[in-house]
Ligand binder design. Structure first.
Ligand code: DC
Length: 233
């Protein structure tokens, strides 16, 4: 029974606090945490540096050509308490969190060849179960057979408020209106793209955390996870 590891898929809109609770759960259960959004952000940062993507243009073909040479990995960093994302051995954890990357990432994440590469890497990372993975398509595409699927929601205003606070704390120069606009634009692009749009899996448990504290949210999810883990496989 103690070896009964499961796969926990956490999907939902941007800035719903998926990664916060996913990290807490992974730590509590001694599972591996995988932030799939960071992987899409890493490819986006690469495309921005190469000027393949700008405000008005997107050279998808050049990006697709370079995909085989892009090596993504996570490595645990004690000072952060979680694994940071690396692109070709460069730690880009801070750089992928800027508003600029957030403004481009949904366009890059809509490219099927980008998704195919990242989905297969994610499936390998979760092969042995004991994983908490958060993203947009984890319960629908990456692990359709996950034992536990969570779908997180909260109002756009609440999410923008949280994201704004987080960015300010990191010293980033942004306005609340810019952040709200980005949240709304990404909701639209992520839910309307052709390949793997953000949708709630039929068997996912929906949690609206607009009025939950972090502690309430964590306890709710931990109880649900422990119930699933305790069930015989
Ligand atoms: O979770 P995040 O905000 O860091 O994700 C950044 C973007 O990446 C998000 O707007 C949509 C995309 N994404 C995706 O399409 N599929 C995933 N599994 C994770 C993220």
């Amino acid at each position: 029974m103690t070896d009964h590891k499961i796969t926990i898929a956490i999907d939902g809109f941007s800035s719903t606090g998926k990664s916060t609770v996913a990290k807490q759960l992974a730590k509590e259960l001694s599972y591996v945490y995988v932030d799939t959004g960071a992987m899409y952000r890493a490819i986006t940062l690469y495309a921005m540096r190469k000027k393949y993507i700008t405000k008005d243009t997107f050279d998808e073909e050049s990006l697709i050509k370079d995909l085989p040479s892009l090596n993504l990995k996570f490595a645990f960093e004690a000072s952060r308490g979680f694994a940071a994302i690396y692109l070709n051995d460069e730690n880009i954890e801070d750089e992928v969190r800027t508003l600029e990357v957030s403004q481009y990432v949904s366009r890059v994440a809509a490219v099927s060849k980008v998704r195919a590469k990242l989905v297969s890497q994610q499936q390998l990372m979760g092969l042995e179960k004991g994983v908490v993975m958060d993203g947009r398509d984890i319960g629908t595409v990456v692990f359709p057979n996950a034992e536990l699927k969570i779908f997180m929601t909260a109002t756009a205003e609440e999410r923008a408020k949280r994201r704004f606070k987080e960015m300010k704390e990191k010293g980033q120069e942004v306005s609340y209106d810019e952040v709200l606009k980005n949240v709304e634009e990404r909701d639209h692009l992520d839910t309307t793209r052709e390949d793997s749009p953000l949708v709630k899996a039929d068997d996912a448990i929906e949690i609206d955390n607009s009025s939950l504290t972090l502690e309430e949210q964590f306890n709710t999810l931990l109880n649900i996870a422990n119930d699933v883990i305790a069930k015989p496989n």
